[in-house]
Design a binder for this molecule. Structure first.
Ligand SMILES: Cc1cc2nc3c(=O)[nH]c(=O)nc-3n(C[C@H](O)[C@H](O)[C@H](O)COP(=O)(O)OP(=O)(O)OC[C@H]3O[C@@H](n4cnc5c(N)ncnc54)[C@H](O)[C@@H]3O)c2cc1C
Length: 329
């Protein structure tokens, strides 16, 4: 392991100053991803700025929105009464991830910025354009069962592994950011980049920009929402395909509004904008859900070992929305 300094910040300004003083500083949340990457020398920071002293508050406001501090632990967020009542898809997504012990350590900020689980990213004997730009990609012809079918490029098909982020994408969450140039807000769905020919650049964050909070706008119909995760083991496994969805159906069976995002299929949490647009005003039937799923996956491309995920994703979408519509999934 490369030597590094350690400092703990109690507020955003101090964290930004500390990080700015070291060329390769990294913020440290629960460390459940970053420390593993440091052990493998995939990440080699010269300074760790511990940001677990930042806000751990979850503020449920009267207007139905919720403000979540970046240092809130995954366990606390999943268990919060307002989240379980008004945004059950978020509780379910978090609880579908990792293990109890990891969720007790993992923070909201760290979960959003966790790195991919592509096997070749972790294997320094393999070629990986994300780890070593220009090196090539051994996933293309290798063991790519977990890799992306949407938004990938020749250079990289690594997926974003977070379950929580899939729910945040469906909920149109806003991130509060702070950095040397001041504060700003962006949508979670804008944070992660598609790889194109630069898979090493994963987000639109500026150097040492800090996530300080996540804001969920009010969405009354999200009280009827869920998260479905298909994986190789019943627990402690990343998603092959997952879906976070909320559905608002009028008395006549027409869809008033819908939110849908997919996990395990793309280099970023994938908001299914095409499917959503097709479904607004359509009947809440399995046939309509399947048609929308076909449209969302129309541009999906399989690799040597993951083409099955295209049909799987269509079935996960159809089953998840059918369940929310009150049918048998
Ligand atoms: C065995 C195992 C199984 C897992 N299974 C799943 C799973 O099924 N689903 C799932 O979603 N996840 C899973 N995870 C991943 C886990 O959810 C993440 O490791 C965790 O959420 C990361 O949070 P952290 O606070 O520990 O982040 P850290 O490891 O501390 O940090 C991760 C990254 O975020 C950056 N960072 C941290 N906080 C901030 C901030 N406030 N602002 C800017 N940057 C910041 C760090 O610099 C680092 O780059 C698994 C992990 C393990 C080890």
């Amino acid at each position: 392991m490369t030597p590094f300094t350690y400092a703990r910040a109690q507020d955003a300004q101090t964290a930004i100053q500390l990080a700015g003083a070291a060329p390769a500083a990294r913020y440290l949340g629960g460390g459940t991803n970053l420390v593993d990457l440091m052990r493998e020398t995939i990440e080699t920071p010269d300074a760790l700025v511990d940001v677990t002293g930042l806000s751990q508050a979850i503020e449920a406001r009267d207007d139905g929105s919720i403000l979540i501090g970046a240092a809130v632990k995954n366990t606390a967020l999943a268990a919060h009464r307002a989240v379980r009542q008004h945004f059950p898809l978020l509780s379910r997504a978090i609880l579908a991830g990792a293990s109890g012990q990891i969720r007790n350590m993992a923070t909201v900020g760290g979960n959003i910025l966790q790195r991919t689980r592509c096997l070749y990213f972790y294997d320094d004997a393999a070629r990986c354009n994300k780890r070593s730009p220009g090196a090539g990609c051994d996933a293309r012809e290798g063991f790519n069962r977990m890799n992306a079918i949407l938004g990938a490029s020749d250079a990289c098909s690594a997926t974003h592994p977070s379950d929580m982020c899939v729910a945040l994408a469906a909920l149109d969450a806003t991130l509060h950011l702070a950095g040397a140039e001041g504060t700003r807000r962006i949508k979670l769905v804008e944070l992660h980049r598609l790889p194109d020919d630069q898979p090493d650049i994963e987000t639109i964050l500026r150097p040492h920009e800090l996530i300080t909070a996540v804001e969920l706008p009010a969405l009354p119909f999200a009280a009827r929402s869920t998260y479905r995760k298909v994986r190789d083991r019943a627990s402690y496994a990343f998603a092959l395909v997952s879906a976070a969805a909320a559905l608002d159906v009028a008395a006549d069976g027409t869809i008033r509004d819908v939110r849908l995002a997919l996990g395990g299929v793309a280099p970023k949490p994938w908001r299914a904008f095409k499917a959503e647009a097709m479904l607004r005003g359509a009947p809440a039937t399995a046939a309509a859900f399947r048609t929308a799923a076909e449209a969302e996956l129309a541009e999906a491309v399989g690799l040597s070992g993951n083409s099955f995920k295209i049909e799987l994703a269509k079935r996960v979408i159809t089953a998840t929305l059918t369940e929310l519509a009150g049918g048998v999934a």
